[in-house]
Design a protein around this ligand. Structure first.
Ligand SMILES: CC(=O)N[C@H]1[C@@H](OP(=O)(O)OP(=O)(O)OC[C@H]2O[C@@H](n3ccc(=O)[nH]c3=O)[C@H](O)[C@@H]2O)O[C@H](CO)[C@@H](O)[C@@H]1O[C@H](C)C(=O)N[C@@H](C)C(=O)N[C@H](CCC(=O)O)C(=O)O
Ligand SMILES: Nc1ncnc2c1ncn2[C@@H]1O[C@H](COP(=O)(O)OP(=O)(O)OP(=O)(O)O)[C@@H](O)[C@H]1O
Ligand SMILES: N[C@H](CCC[C@H](N)C(=O)O)C(=O)O
Ligand SMILES: [Mg+2]
Length: 493
């Protein structure tokens, strides 16, 4: 495809490309090491390095055009100058990576994105569509799940994945829009026909200056990324939340169609929820019909995600009858309240990905109705991530658990003992401290008796413990589900 055509499609001036306008583009790259002859190179200033430093090397490797700030020095290739080069690059790349699936929806929010995109994918699949999801669990298709290493992959990986999926015949994709991804324009240029908002609470204040900036990063999904006239599916739970009201305002201001779901939902209204041993019975009103749905998953938070997923599937045009049938057949999402094992004492051990105070509370409250004895929570907080969430995480876990064991969760470049101290400052002195995660899990399993439940929070589906940073970073194999099974087997022998 000619560079001029790509630039015109992205509302960029082809004259800026000079002689290169007539050249054929062979690919897009944001890393100079991936540049081949005919590539358009995006030179961005990042957190670790300045992509502009690699412009000469990219041109040497055959880049025909460089998308960069007007101030950047570009010699020997076209300079596509833009004050926001990540956005300009993304829009251009979106005209190169075609075709893409016809139905695309996206989800943002602090917690519940992965669960919601995965449930949306399941609903579509059960409704007979070829569907995929892209998020923390990787790219999941009818055939496989491939990790990308990030929740929202970089723009080139994202767009090339979408094209690959379309070529494989996938027609429906749900993707997870993280605030990092949104603020770095990692999923620009595709126009989701429906966008979801789950909830908003403290996280990532190492990256965003404050809650307001974090929220506005998420709202780019509504303000700019969503297609004109798209549907905004917003969870309106039982309690009034100022953030939810603001998400509704953003949707309205952008002229999106509104679909609210929840106890206060206008379109999907949850009128009753009753826990059963294996799940919960929901009464849901939609389109003038009240239905009873036996959701085979426990916990209020999974209901929120399932109903937002149903809203997204409905907004993408999937038949309502099929959507509600599918909700009753949803499979658990990996690492989200996943029952790893039942200890010899009879105590079930659950693994969950809660790594914020809000999520810990949600995960614990999901298990509470099933506990007749004690709830034992094992968790820690990630290193090189928002320090301010550690104390509130400790406090949330302590408030709702009977025993807590504070352990390590990806200390990365930090001193793990200092992270644990910050968590314990919120949890209180009764918290037990066992740094080694395997030993902490073993202690919890050994401690649990009949009627107790053990919750291992923070790592969910993760397969490793990240220790060290930079050159010294190591990912030591670690899987909460496997370790729980090993500890349970050990406890029984
Ligand atoms: C802080 C952050 O989000 N960083 C991400 C970001 O890096 P960056 O743009 O700052 O890049 P940089 O490393 O400083 O380099 C600047 C530019 O120079 C280029 N470069 C760099 C070196 C070189 O030799 N040649 C070269 O061309 C780079 O490709 C880049 O374009 O873009 C990179 C490429 O897409 C990501 O790999 C990187 O993720 C880092 C590793 C990361 O840990 N990100 C986490 C925090 C993250 O994004 N998490 C969210 C999930 C959050 C949630 O779950 O809510 C996610 O979406 O995964
Ligand atoms: N709707 C929700 N409300 C509150 N807590 C939730 C909700 N959904 C999930 N959680 C909690 O958050 C954890 C992570 O869920 P999930 O992976 O779906 O979220 P996410 O937004 O994708 O997270 P991440 O930002 O790490 O990608 C769950 O294990 C659970 O503890
Ligand atoms: N996407 C989240 C995942 C956190 C998971 C937890 N195990 C941790 O390492 O803090 C993050 O990168 O902040
Ligand atoms: Mg996720």
């Amino acid at each position: 495809m000619k560079l001029a055509k790509i630039l015109r499609g992205a509302d960029l001036d082809p004259a800026a490309a000079g002689d290169a306008a007539d050249m054929d583009v062979t690919g897009f790259a944001i890393d100079h090491r991936k540049v081949a002859p005919g590539t358009v190179f995006g030179a961005f200033r990042g957190a670790q390095s300045n992509g502009e430093d690699y412009i000469p090397a990219a041109i040497e490797a055959g880049a025909i055009a460089v998308v960069a700030r007007p101030e950047a020095a570009v010699a020997g290739a076209a300079h596509i100058a833009d004050a926001e080069p990540r956005r300009a690059f993304a829009h251009a790349a979106a005209h190169f990576f075609t075709p893409i699936p016809a139905h695309i929806v996206a989800v943002t929010g602090t917690n519940g994105k992965t669960s919601t995109v995965e449930m949306t994918r399941q609903i579509w699949r059960m409704a007979g569509e070829r569907a995929a999801s892209i998020g923390t669990l990787g790219v999941t298709t009818p055939d496989e799940s491939v990790s990308t290493g990030l929740t929202t992959p970089d723009i080139v990986t994202f767009l090339s994945n979408l094209t690959g999926l379309a070529r494989e015949g996938v027609s429906h994709v749900a993707f997870e829009a993280s605030s990092h991804g949104l603020s770095q324009y990692r999923n620009e240029g595709v126009r989701p026909q429906a966008v979801g908002f789950t909830n908003f609470s403290r996280d990532h204040l190492d990256y965003h200056a404050d809650m307001e900036e974090y929220f506005l990063a998420k709202m780019r999904l509504f303000d700019e990324v969503a297609a004109e006239g798209a549907t905004a599916v917003i969870w309106t739970g039982g309690e009034e939340s100022g953030w939810t009201a603001r998400a509704i305002q953003h949707a309205t201001k952008r002229g999106l169609k509104l679909l609210t779901a929840g106890e206060r939902g206008e379109d999907i209204r949850l009128t009753a929820r009753k826990a059963t041993p294996l799940g919960q019975d929901l009464t849901v009103e939609h389109g003038g019909t009240a239905r009873t749905i036996r959701l085979p998953l426990i916990g209020a938070y999974q209901v929120a995600n399932a109903l937002v997923a149903a809203g997204l599937a409905l907004a993408s045009g999937t038949d309502a009858g099929r959507v509600w049938d599918a909700v009753a057949r949803l499979q658990p999402v990996r690492g989200r309240l996943e029952r790893a094992v039942i200890a010899p004492s009879g105590a079930p051990v659950y693994v969950d990905y809660a790594h914020t105070a809000d999520a810990l509370e949600a995960a614990i409250l999901a298990l509470r109705p099933h506990v007749s004895g004690r709830l034992i929570t094992v968790f820690g907080a990630g290193g090189d991530r928002d320090h301010g969430k550690r104390e509130p995480m400790g406090a949330a876990a302590a408030k709702h658990s009977d025993l807590i064991i504070v352990t390590d969760d990806n200390p990365r470049g930090e001193d793990p003992a200092a992270i644990r101290r910050a968590v314990i400052a919120g949890a209180g002195a009764e918290a037990r401290e066992i740094g080694d995660r395997r030993a902490a899990i073993a202690a919890a399993v050994a401690e649990a008796g009949e009627g107790d439940i053990v919750l291992l929070a923070g790592k969910g589906h993760e397969k490793g413990q990240i220790v060290g940073s930079g050159e010294r970073m190591q990912v030591l194999p670690f899987d909460d589900v496997e370790v729980a099974r090993e500890c349970a087997a050990g406890a029984g022998s």
